[in-house]
Structures are given as structure tokens and as C-alpha cells.
Write a protein that binds this ligand. Structure first.
Ligand code: SAM
Length: 267
């Protein structure tokens, strides 16, 4: 996979991905929003096979760990050679990311931060991981997509690319990305579409009212209620203002409608 780079200096984010399984990117990166971002020239993907930079005749990219122990470790030289032969004198220098379960947690904030870059290099590990000198030589940051261990860094890399690509201007509607989960430290309110009643489950009456202010207030209360219920850890860093007090959350979640301005949920 090797997208053309744009001929103009238009806003554009180039991803260079280093992997021993380049074909894993075919398919997931060819559909939906990432496809659209690539077609519009907002994003380009360049997938590099680390094995092409291996020096020995077996094209080895891993070796046994110093100090003993099980498993194999991805060797530094093929990765460093592959990355360095790809990078030019970029200014500003690219962000270099190593996917690792031991890294900093990937969040919407980090996705937004990366979306402001011109070039992002992502290195995908396998086996026990990557020789740590790759991190220090390339001044790379390690990033984890969650507190669990996957087989390789390709799926995590695709998670990062997808989350970043959809934030780029013109890829999806602006309000979709400014109002969704994690954009303001909360998870999003629930969504409904037709029919208004299905198998005895009704849509909250407020959403059928056409009263925009009440709907906005209900959505805010629902977002707070759901965050409190599912992700109370997020509320510790949420700035509670008079308009978004915990009393309002309690009133909304009790369904009592007891707080002025927060209509009771229907259905
Ligand atoms: N021995 C490593 C450890 O305990 O931290 C786990 C290595 S894992 C089996 C192999 C590769 O998968 C890693 O080098 C990394 O690239 C990728 N990987 C696995 N889980 C990940 C996660 N949660 N986030 C990002 N990358 C992950």
C-alpha cells in the first residue's frame, strides 16, 4: 500500500507504517472513512515491509533475547534501516510511534494532537516486542491502545490511523467530531432513529418534542449520567460548571425530572 503524496502543499497527513505483515493493512484501510480520507488526499498511507531491510539471506527480523527468557525480540537494525531510508529531512520532524502495550495510553486527546502533524511514523512490534534501542535511536514514543496484549502492532496501528484520519478537516462533518464521546471528557448521550416505538421500547419523548433547548439539556444530562454510570474515572477530570452540576446528573438519572431544565427521560 503506497498512496501518492499530494502535489500541493495542502493540509495532508502522511502515515509511514513499518511492519513484517504489510498485507494486514489491505482491507481495513480500504473502506469507509479512511478510504474517503485517502481518496480526498487528506491522508496517505505508506506501508513498508521491515523484512526488505533485513541483511541476512533468511531476511531475519528477530532474534533471541539477551538475558534469556522465552520468545523472540524484533531486532533493531532492520527497523532502523527501513525507517531511516524512508525519512527525508522533514521539517517539522515526524512523530515516531512504537505500538506497545507498555506505552502511553492512546486517547482522543492524543488522536487530536497527532491530527495536527504532517507525518507520523508507526512501528508495529511482534513476539516479545522490539529491541528498546529502536525507541532511543529514533526518539520514538510508545503508545498503547489499551490495557491488554495483542499479537502484533498492526491492529493498534490501524486503530490510531482510523481515529486520527476522521479528525482531519473535511473527512467527516465538524459537529460529529466535536460532540462525540471523549471530545469533552464525557461519553456521548444515547441515539435513536425511526421507528419511535419498537418492541415496546419507546424513544424518549423529549426527542420528539422539537424543542431544541430542552433536547440539548437532556443530551447533556444523559451524557453526564452515562459517564457517571459507566466511566466515573472520566469525571475526575471533567470541569463541572453550574450548568453541568452533579445534582443535575442525579436528577436526570433518577428520571424524576426534579431538576429545573432537565426534562425527565421518556421510554
Ligand atoms: N512482551 C510485550 C509486553 O509484555 O509488553 C508484549 C508484546 S506483544 C505480544 C507484541 C506486539 O504487539 C507489541 O510489540 C506491540 O507492537 C503490539 N501490541 C500488543 N498489545 C498492544 C497494545 N495494547 N497496544 C499497542 N500495541 C500492542
Amino acid at each position: 500500500m503506497n498512496d501518492p503524496s499530494p502535489s500541493t502543499d495542502a493540509a495532508h497527513l502522511r502515515f509511514d507504517i513499518f511492519t513484517i505483515f504489510p498485507s494486514m493493512f489491505t482491507g481495513p484501510m480500504d473502506e469507509s472513512i479512511v478510504r474517503r480520507a485517502r481518496d480526498r488526499g487528506v491522508v496517505s498511507l505508506h506501508v513498508h515491509d521491515i523484512r526488505s531491510s533485513a541483511q541476512d539471506r533468511h531476511r531475519s527480523t528477530d532474534d533471541t533475547p539477551y538475558g534469556g527468557g522465552s520468545g523472540m525480540v524484533m531486532s533493531a537494525p532492520p527497523i532502523i534501516t527501513a525507517v531511516e531510508s524512508t525519512l527525508e529531512d522533514d521539517s517539522p520532524p515526524p512523530r515516531v510511534i512504537i505500538m506497545s502495550p507498555a506505552g502511553r495510553l492512546f486517547t482522543q486527546e492524543l488522536a487530536r494532537d497527532l491530527s495536527g502533524s504532517r507525518r507520523v511514523v508507526i512501528i508495529c512490534g511482534h513476539y516479545e516486542g522490539i529491541d528498546d534501542r529502536v525507541r532511543s535511536i529514533l526518539d520514538a514514543e510508545e503508545v498503547s491502545i489499551g490495557d491488554y496484549v495483542l499479537t502484533g502492532g498492526e491492529i493498534p496501528a490501524m486503530v490510531v490511523i482510523d481515529a486520527v484520519a476522521r479528525l482531519l478537516p473535511g473527512v467527516i462533518a465538524d459537529h460529529s467530531v466535536t460532540e462525540e464521546s471523549h471530545s469533552h471528557g464525557l461519553v456521548e448521550y444515547p441515539h435513536y432513529t425511526r421507528p419511535a416505538e419498537y418492541r415496546g421500547h419507546t424513544v424518549p419523548a423529549i426527542l420528539l418534542s422539537g424543542h431544541h433547548a430542552n433536547i440539548a439539556a437532556w443530551r447533556k444530562a444523559e451524557a453526564l449520567r452515562r459517564t457517571r454510570e459507566r466511566r466515573p474515572d472520566l469525571l475526575t477530570c471533567f470541569p463541572v460548571t453550574p450548568a453541568t452540576s452533579t445534582e443535575q446528573v442525579d436528577a436526570a438519572s433518577a428520571g424524576s425530572g426534579g431538576s429545573p431544565g432537565i426534562p425527565a427521560t421518556g421510554g
